[in-house]
Structures are given as C-alpha cells and as structure tokens.
Design a protein around this ligand. Structure first.
Ligand SMILES: [Zn+2]
Length: 326
C-alpha cells in the first residue's frame, strides 16, 4: 500500500519526507494500459512516476487547501505530463505522447529537445473567489548555464530555490510498480509556517547551513534502486543512522496517497459546451454520439443528440472547474 512518512532532525532546521506510491501508482498505469492509447513507453512512465511522487511530496510539504498541479509542457515526444494532487493526497496523472520514444530516452529527449520545455507548478485554491487566479510558477528545464537537465529532481530543486528560497534535495525514482521520492528541506528560519504564509525565508542562509548541507549530502547518496526496493525504515536507517530523527505517524491505509479522478458528466458537458453548438452538431451528423474519454482515468462519456440539445439549451447553467479536462 502507498505510504507517506514525515520526519524532523531533532534540534536542526531540517525536515524530510519519504513517499512510496504503490497501489495508487499501479492503478494509474493499469487504467492507461487498458485505455485506447495503451501503456506508456517506459521512459515516459518513469518520468510520470517521478512527477507523481514529487507532487505528493510538494502538496504535503505546503499543506495548501487546494489542488497542486505539476505539469511539464514538453517540446519533444511528450507534449504534456500532468499530476494533480488534492489536499487529501488523492491524485491523478496523465501524459500525452506523440511519436516514437526511444527505450533509453533521457529527460531532455522526452520533453526538452530544443530547450523550450517548461515545468509549471500551479496552486489552485479550493474555494476560489470570483476573479481569483490560481498561483502558478514556471521554470525551464535547463540549468544556470542553459544546459538541459537530465534529472527531473534537479528541475524541482531549482524551482524550490527560486520560488520559495528554500534549499531542497530531492531523490525520485519510478518503475512499473513503485513511484517513490525522498525530500530533504532546510526549514525557513521563521519556522514551518513561513512557506504557507508566502513569506520568504532568510536568503542569507541559502546554501550555508552546515547541518542542512551534511544531511542533504547523505540524502543524495540514496540510489534509485534503493528507493524503489527498500522499506522506509531501512532507507532512513541507512542514510541517517548517525542523526537523531523525530518520526511522525506515517500516513498509510485510508489517509495514504491514493488514486482518485475528479471527472464527472457535468464537467464533460461543460467541455462540450465550450466546443460550440456547430462543432457538436457536425459531429452528430457523422455519428450517433459525441464520445469523450477522460485522459486521467479512462472513463468514457457519451452524449447523443438529445443530450447535446440539453447542453446547448439557453438556460443551461455553467459548471466551473472544467479547465483541467481536455
Ligand atoms: Zn476521470
């Protein structure tokens, strides 16, 4: 079962988290495999798994009351990869792949062929007031010298440093059974609440705290195979046996990260309405139904001429929140 473990280093301004997505991850993969598009090529699967683990870590790190959406807009065969995590850690993920993907494709070959790929992190408040825009941060997929980054963890480390002014070390890994991640972060000097309050930490400390540097160095020795195959207790003991860890009760079972899709017929109706009546009528002259499949869960929605007429009735109400469905 999927699990999330949080811990602090006693007396030090450093915290950490380990996530292991098992059932949540295999469900995402199985739904994709049984959909019309078929299973992901392995490098795409592993990237989406790393993104899923990272998005869960980020959502639990900021305790934000709304969806955290992690996206890559790629300029290679992967056009889009999306992971959405709700405050209760339910998540869904999907990727759009066009063309061939080599079995050994690196990150830049998947999403950053011309150095134009982007990674976006969106925080979409649960109860948005009218006109309120979700917060979005965008980072490129290259480093300080414009060199393409080959690890997704490096992209996010850049983002955390830029947007939150927080030193962060991430180790991510995924295969067909597990998507896992380790996050180590220097606590903002004002305390844990700094991040959610949107204040920036003391910038002078960035990259300078000796305790953080030592622990980050230990964390970075964790190999992807270890992260994928070892249980959390073993991982933490191997890495930090000389440190004093304060462990929190892990989130497992019903409170663990899990797969859940938020699509429903109303949201799909809204999407169909946005196509416009002419487009939909033209589809219905060629076939009996307008058929829409959810990219996240594979659910098929069908609308016949009667349903369509209902959707385009002048008094049909609008349903908000359909922007993520495409
Ligand atoms: Zn769905």
């Amino acid at each position: 079962m999927s699990e999330l473990h949080k811990f602090l280093f006693d007396g030090l301004p450093v915290r950490g988290m380990v996530v292991r997505l098992t059932d949540a991850w295999t469900q995402i993969l199985q739904r994709r495999a049984s959909s019309g598009t078929g299973a992901y090529p392995e490098p795409v699967r592993n990237l989406l798994g790393e993104m899923s683990a990272a998005a869960v870590l980020m959502q639990s790190n900021i305790k934000f009351n709304g969806a955290l959406v992690l996206q890559i807009f790629g300029d290679g065969p992967v056009k889009l990869a999306v992971v959405e995590v709700q405050p209760d850690l339910s998540l869904r993920a999907t990727a759009t792949v066009v063309g061939e993907v080599a079995a050994d494709a690196r990150l830049s070959q998947l999403v950053n062929l011309s150095n134009l790929g982007r990674c976006a992190i969106t925080l979409d408040p649960q109860d948005r007031f009218e006109g309120q825009q979700p917060y979005q941060g965008v980072v490129p997929l290259f480093g300080d010298q414009r060199e393409p980054l080959e690890k997704f963890s490096e992209v996010l480390q850049h983002y955390m440093l830029q947007s939150e002014q927080l030193d962060t070390t991430l180790v991510l890994a995924a295969n067909g059974e597990v998507a896992a991640g380790l996050l180590i972060q220097r606590l903002p000097s004002g305390g844990i609440n700094n991040l959610s309050a949107g204040q920036s930490a003391n910038e002078d400390e960035i990259g300078r705290n000796e305790d953080y540097k030592r622990i980050a160095l230990l964390a970075s020795t964790l190999k992807p195979e270890e992260l994928l195959t070892l249980d959390v207790d073993t991982i933490l003991h191997r890495l930090f046996w000389e440190e004093k860890l304060l462990r929190f009760e892990p989130l497992s079972g019903a409170s663990a990260p899990r797969f859940a899709c938020r699509c429903n017929r109303e949201r799909v109706s809204q999407m169909i309405r946005s196509l416009g009546v002419e487009e939909v009528e033209s589809i219905l002259t060629e076939r009996e139904d307008v058929e829409v499949g959810c990219d996240f869960c594979g659910q098929q929605y069908r609308f016949d001429a009667v349903d369509a007429a209902q959707i385009f009735k002048p008094d049909a109400g609008t349903v908000p929140g359909s922007s993520l469905l495409h």
